[in-house]
Design a protein around this ligand. Sequence first.
Ligand code: UDX
Length: 439
Amino acid sequence: MRITVIGTGYLGVTHAACMAELGFEVMGLDVDVEKVAALASGRVPFYEPGLQEVLRAQIAAGRLSFTSDHAELAAWAGEGAVHFVCVGTPQKKGEYAADMTYVDAAFEAVARAVAHQGRTLLVGKSTVPVGTAARLAERIAELAPDAELAWNPEFLREGHAVEDTLHPDRLVIGVRSPEAEAALRQVYGRLLEEDVPLVVTDFPTAELVKVSANSFLAVKISFINAMAEVCEAAGADVMQLSEALSHDPRIGGRYLVPGLGFGGGCLPKDIRAFMARAGELGVDQALAFLKEVDAINMRRRARTVDLAREQCDGSLLGKRVAVWGAAFKPESDDIRDSPALNVAASINLQGAQVTVYDPKAMDNARKMFPTLSYAGSAMEAAEQADVILHLTEWQEFRDLDPAAVGVQVRNTRIIDSRNALDAAAWRAAGWTYRALGRP
Ligand code: UDX
């Protein structure tokens, strides 16, 4: 059985490299020829810990290759192959709904290419509105009657992509035949031997598992951030509150870290697309709470801007603001819907000169936010700053010596929007330390 992976973004490259790591011969395809050339030479075009090593080892072992040519991919894969589609479903401009252009085009192209290759399985991994698989199955039946469709959502986190793919919490497959189930059991055989739970279900349930999982995570984060708002008003400490809640095993401590809230290429757009789809299905009331989850999340960004203005004596005009962090979370260079850059841009719009430093996301940030200034280190960003904003919790920032940073700045004022620095150490070094949800 040969495996192909169509779409080589975060998900696709990781899936292709990990399937090769599991022992399969794998070919990845992307319509972006430059990306294909980079990957074929062993270079991952984004930062993901451990991925480049797996990619290089698998290319060297002869198990992993890349192409932009659908016909080549289909002929190489042949009969009995499993083709995974891993292209993106970004939010449509000015709308909540997901843009399905890439998914539709990817399935259309692969179905046409495999039409004369005998029996094959096409597997959707992209996060899609419920009902997509059933719709695609009809189109595939027209284009490639011997090809079958399955749906297999992916739950990997950026920054842990390889580990999450090789050691997932669970596998979910939506199938319409025992043959499709058998093929996917063969693909994931090694993981199933390690007792990874497998849920075999229908198309709509498989599609819904993904968006409901992301919605639940968003709810948890916004719940604790709502508590942070109340703590701010009541003079309570949300970090201690969160710790106390986390000891109840029914609640659990993960995804209960209060701070600047969620961003990235998944959670924000997935909950919005889910609301849009619920509206189409006539059950928008069932997901009305997600609107509030989104609003709570966005208010943390606004609150950080307000705190920065407060620390700059009421006006940001002409002030120097150091921003530590640009990626939407640490161990990633992804700046899609990054809370850090969103805050940095708002402060810049209010007239401050903003200097950003991030260990990995500088190139991406520079391209998207050219009016911000950029520094080569956290220390350099802090030079003559009126206030420092800690917006993405890289370990590098936790390791800084508050006394040494103090020499750089104009005012020793820091806002820790991620609740990740050692408050006592910063205060002991003479800093005005402010955080979200804490006195
Ligand atoms: C998420 C899901 O975790 C993953 O299962 C899904 O496949 C894709 O979306 P990812 O976007 O990579 O993964 O990041 P994740 O680690 O979940 O963090 C999302 C955002 O929430 C980040 O901005 C992070 O800073 C924030 N977050 C997370 C919090 O603010 N508090 C928390 O306690 C946890």
